[in-house]
Design a protein around this ligand. Structure first.
Ligand code: PRP
Length: 210
């Protein structure tokens, strides 16, 4: 059996569609189901739904052979896995955003609220800017509005959340898209199956092997 870890949420349905295109079906799956494990029609693949930020650890530890994870969560947790394919889905950007009209006071450390403390720290350190990180777990846009932080580091997809909350992008950090990651041991022990899936995915869509 090949175990595939998939993050619950925005990437799930689109990844399942891609698997359907290469004839991997999960007949029992519906987006409303609360079930966490599904088996494919051929009984050779298990699809395991985990929290998006946990895909890396499931694959690193070998609980799953393959995972589909956003580059955002990979950059944050840096799992020890092979990143084998850019699936070119779930595209968005990492950005620094602030309330409209924000001006940095030069003598003060910038307070940065984020779900991605490592990404934020690396980015500002690279640019030599002293900051204080405030780790929060969701609805990051609220932090500057409520005086908890000066700016945020977050992913921006359509920009709607920023706009509706009076924030604007002040710096772009990097592009983000979904990646197919593989456990290092599994690539040796289940090589044929794994490379078969990667090949099929890159033939059927615009995904790039890395
Ligand atoms: C993400 C991100 C932004 C929003 C961006 O949050 O943290 O809040 O999506 O998308 P947009 O540019 O299309 O508006 P998510 O929906 O994952 O929820 P969360 O804030 O509760 O983590």
């Amino acid at each position: 059996m090949l175990n595939i870890a998939l993050g619950k949420g925005r990437l799930a349905d689109i990844t399942l569609k891609k698997l359907e295109e290469i004839k991997i079906h999960f007949p029992e799956y519906t987006s409303k189901s609360r079930k966490l494990i599904f088996t494919d029609a051929m009984n050779s693949i298990k699809l395991v739904f985990v929290k998006a930020s946990d895909v890396g650890i499931y694959v690193e530890r070998g609980a799953c052979d393959i995972g589909v994870a956003g580059k955002d969560t990979i950059m944050e947790s840096m799992p020890d896995v092979y990143e084998m394919m850019d699936l070119k889905i779930g595209r968005c950007k990492f950005a620094v955003a602030a309330p409209v009209g924000f001006k940095k006071e030069s003598h003060k450390k910038i307070r940065v609220a984020t779900k991605y403390p490592n990404v934020a720290k690396n980015y500002f350190e690279r640019n030599g800017k002293p900051i204080e990180i405030i780790k929060i777990n969701g609805s990051v846009e609220l932090a500057p509005l409520m005086g908890l932080a000066d700016v945020i580091v977050d992913i921006v997809e359509t920009g709607t959340t920023l706009k509706e909350n009076g924030l604007v992008v002040i710096e772009e950090i990097s592009d983000v898209s979904a990646r197919l990651i593989v456990n290092k041991v599994s690539l040796k022990t289940k090589r044929t199956e794994i490379l078969g899936i990667i090949k099929a995915l890159s033939t059927s869509s615009e995904g790039d092997q890395l």
